[in-house]
Design a protein around this ligand. Structure first.
Ligand SMILES: [Mg+2]
Length: 190
């Protein structure tokens, strides 16, 4: 079964945006921390798995939240291509836990072709919990997220989640997964 693009929504960080790459790059460039790779981030809360001071972790995430363009946050490989194909068929819905909408809106405007951006609905919830209500409000039946806890909770609300495989969600769920944007593209009716 292929999914109608208008019925699926996406998380941004860890799915559309390669937030992990940016985190590790800033840790290295600004704080000289170069001991870790993506595989070492085995928990969604970085301080639970890496011995980096909480203040540094908070500072890095703060800059990624407030200035994703300046910090050179990059889209995941092939994501822009798939979102653009989806946008040619109808609206594209993105729901992020980020509390600030404007910076990530500007980032989307920066990375996406104009027509794709114009077809995009962006919701910034400001909370890691409670995504199901927003997903339902948008009339979506499927959602892709990298946080296992989010996927498990939206499944309980009758939404079909796909976990975007990342080291921090490995072994934390028994849900369907996608491991890259080629895999997402194959699931969509495009
Ligand atoms: Mg995420």
């Amino acid at each position: 079964m292929q999914i109608q693009p208008s019925l699926i929504g996406f998380d941004i960080d860890g799915v559309i945006a390669d937030t992990c790459e940016a985190f590790l790059r800033i840790a290295k460039q600004s704080y000289g921390i170069n001991t870790y790779t993506q595989e070492d981030i085995t928990e969604f809360n970085v301080t639970e798995c890496l011995p980096i001071p909480e203040e540094i972790v908070d500072n890095i995430f703060d800059s990624l939240m407030k200035d994703p363009i300046e910090t050179d946050l990059k889209p995941m490989p092939h994501a822009v291509h798939v979102l653009t194909k989806m946008a040619q068929k109808g609206p594209v819905t993105l729901i992020t836990a980020r509390p600030l909408r404007d910076p990530i809106k500007e980032w989307l405007k920066y990375i996406l072709p104009k027509n794709t951006f114009q077809q995009t609905t962006l919701i910034a919830m400001g909370d890691h919990n409670g995504k199901a209500a927003y997903i339902k409000e948008q009339g979506l039946q499927f959602f892709i997220d990298d946080r296992a806890e989010t996927c498990l909770s939206i499944q309980q609300e009758g939404i079909t989640p796909y976990v975007f495989n990342q080291p921090w969600n490995e072994g934390k769920h028994n849900l369907q997964t996608v491991h890259n944007w080629h895999c997402i593209e194959a699931k969509l009716e495009l």
